[in-house]
Design a protein around this ligand. Structure first.
Ligand SMILES: Nc1ncnc2c1ncn2[C@@H]1O[C@H](COP(=O)(O)OP(=O)(O)OP(=O)(O)O)[C@@H](O)[C@H]1O
Ligand SMILES: [Mg+2]
Length: 284
């Protein structure tokens, strides 16, 4: 697409949670430190929350990339399952053969595995993304799972990652036993105005070859901040569109006008007349 025009090796504003692009704002740095501390101190439960698109999955991927060799990780997304199915997925992820086993048998297989891991001095981590979708019943079962422990430490570190609604679930009266086991909870904050500029700059540097890169003016940063409220995914969507608009207009200077035009494009409802009909990016 526009990579060659700007001298990019790859697209700088994809919306995949690729940790290579991780910009370490204070909030993202603290989040990474919090989960690292929780896992390596074997705290048992770790809870990371944040608004949609703020970077939760990216942080988890960065954590896994950083520490994978020293950890055994099960990373589960599908959280609308009942506990039995979740347990099956977790066991499979740890490489355990559990086909045809019932819940009690799977639990016993998992606890044997965790003890073996402990004896090998391995730290075992279960990460549940989209954890705001977990029902109170499943959360209660997870609490029981975390009861597997030696006298001094937890055998399984359970990381719950989700939208702020997860905090409301944990605040329910019937969840207080679980809540008490979570040593603090970290909510990732959205980016401030200065961070937005640095974030854009960082992603461009990672994707760039060093020459011909676009220049985002101060005015454009202001518009991007206003539009995105500092949410990285929204910044990416807008910046990607702005680079396309710049490419079509043959400019590497991304200013407020380019951003406003990009916002209009993004907000255009399907079926509205396409003002850009015939221009070159309609073919993409
Ligand atoms: N600190 C960051 N540095 C670089 N890119 C980031 C950062 N935070 C988020 N992003 C980017 O923003 C996009 C959304 O991030 P991610 O998918 O991790 O958000 P999320 O909080 O998991 O969203 P959801 O609530 O929808 O699951 C991704 O493209 C990701 O690369
Ligand atoms: Mg996510």
């Amino acid at each position: 697409m526009y990579e060659d025009f700007y001298g990019f090796k790859e697209l700088p504003f994809n919306v995949t949670p690729d940790p290579k692009f991780l910009y370490r704002s204070t909030g993202h740095k603290e989040a990474l430190a919090y989960i690292t501390y929780g896992v390596f101190q074997r705290k048992g439960f770790i809870c990371l929350t944040g608004e949609v698109g703020v970077g939760k999955t990216t942080i988890i991927n960065a954590f896994i990339d950083l520490f994978q060799p020293s950890l055994d990780v099960s990373f589960v997304y599908s959280t609308r399952f009942p506990f039995d199915q979740l347990l099956y997925l977790i066991c499979e992820d740890f490489g355990l053969e559990v086909e045809g086993l019932n819940k009690a048998q799977m639990l016993s297989r998992l606890s044997r595995f965790l003890i073996e891991q402990y004896n090998k001095n391995r730290n075992t981590v279960l990460i549940i993304d989209e954890a705001h979708n977990l029902s109170p019943e499943v959360l209660e079962e997870l609490r029981m799972l975390s009861n597997l422990e030696t006298r001094s430490m937890k055998l399984l570190q359970i990381m719950l990652v989700g939208q702020p609604e997860l905090e409301d679930i944990l605040d329910l009266k019937e969840m207080r036993q679980l809540k008490q086991r979570i040593p603090g909870l970290y909510r990732i904050s959205i980016l401030n105005r200065n961070d937005v500029a640095r974030y854009i700059d960082y992603r461009i540097k990672v994707a760039g070859r060093g020459n011909g890169v676009p220049r985002f003016t101060d005015g454009s940063i202001e518009e991007i901040y206003h539009y995105s409220h500092g949410i990285p995914r929204l910044i990416n969507v807008l910046c990607d569109r702005a680079l396309l608009v710049g490419y079509v207009s043959n400019t590497r200077n991304i200013d407020g006008t380019v951003i406003r035009e990009s916002i209009r494009d993004l907000e255009k409802k399907p079926g509205m007349e396409d003002r850009r009909a015939g221009r070159k990016y309609n073919n993409y």
